[in-house]
Design a protein around this ligand. Structure first.
Ligand code: SAM
Length: 266
């Protein structure tokens, strides 16, 4: 008989381990993902397989990336090779371009909260090969991801991710759904990459640097916050009022600023 949980495994803080135990919440998350037979699913941090089991039952197969050696060994006892392709690796160091190669992927994960932002940025590189992503993250991070201009939580994460994805906050999950319970509430977010042809053209490196600089000084006006990139006249040439604060601008306005900065640099 296969054991459902890895007895005696102490949750490792450094790997952000909070395991989903509550059947009700596991069911709700799995229904939101709605895996279909043959879907190419990749899971980040399968842990003790709370989601993995259900997803494999629906899709038939899953690829998973797990950093914890003991959990990887446990997972190998739970599934056959035709059910689970296990990559024992650090998801942050993985060459995602090779993992995502040629596939219409669906990415899922109850992500370790300590690496969620860098991981979301790393996955942006392969977004053109992805159908959708469903993640559990700290509620506070999801609120920042989906925030609208003019709100307190709107910032670099909102602008960068909203440039590439349409995002939907689905529902909150309370700490009691996990063992051990995290200190904060979690939320499920659905991210659907926008079609490549619909993305406004922009140099992503300049865009990212400019947006980062703007929100580092979010209490200043744009004329001060992005002065390293554009003069006041340059900001106006992009059709933006230099007296606004960084949080007032939508994604398109940041794209225009980045394009104006790129144009003036050469
Ligand atoms: N999916 C399981 C669940 O819902 O119960 C586990 C979720 S737990 C919050 C995060 C999982 O990600 C753990 O299994 C942890 O070992 C794994 N993990 C942490 N850092 C990782 C990394 N850098 N790369 C891959 N997996 C990682």
């Amino acid at each position: 008989m296969k054991q459902e949980w890895l007895e005696g495994h102490h949750a490792r803080k450094r790997f952000g381990q909070n395991f989903l135990h509550d059947r009700h919440w596991i069911g709700r998350i799995v229904r939101a993902i709605d895996a279909k037979p043959g879907d190419a699913i990749i899971e980040i941090g399968p842990g003790q397989a709370a989601l993995t089991r259900e997803i494999i039952a629906e899709a038939g197969h899953e690829t998973a990336v797990e950093i914890d050696r003991d959990l990887a060994a446990f997972l190998r006892t739970q599934f056959t090779e035709s059910e689970l392709t296990l990559i024992e690796a650090d998801a942050l160091k993985l060459d995602w371009s090779s993992v995502l190669e040629g596939k219409r992927l669906r990415i899922i994960g109850n992500l370790p909260y300590n690496i969620s932002s860098p991981l979301l940025f790393a996955l942006m590189q392969g977004a053109d090969r992805v159908i959708d992503q469903h993640f559990m993250l700290q509620k506070e991070v999801v609120d920042r991801m989906v925030a609208e201009p003019g709100t307190k939580t709107y910032g670099r994460l909102s602008v960068m991710l909203q440039y590439r994805y349409k995002m939907f906050k689905l529902f909150d999950v309370p700490p009691g759904a996990f063992v051990p319970p995290p200190k904060v509430t979690s939320s499920i977010v659905r991210m659907v990459p926008l079609p490549v042809e619909s993305l406004p053209k922009v140099d992503l490196a300049i865009f990212s640097d400019l947006v980062g600089a703007a929100f580092q000084q979010r209490r200043k006006t744009l004329r001060n916050a992005v002065s390293k990139f554009l003069t006041e006249e340059g900001i106006e040439a992009a059709g933006v009022n230099p007296g606004l604060r960084p949080e007032a601008l939508d994604v398109d306005a940041y794209v225009r600023l980045a394009n104006e900065a790129a144009r003036r640099r050469f």
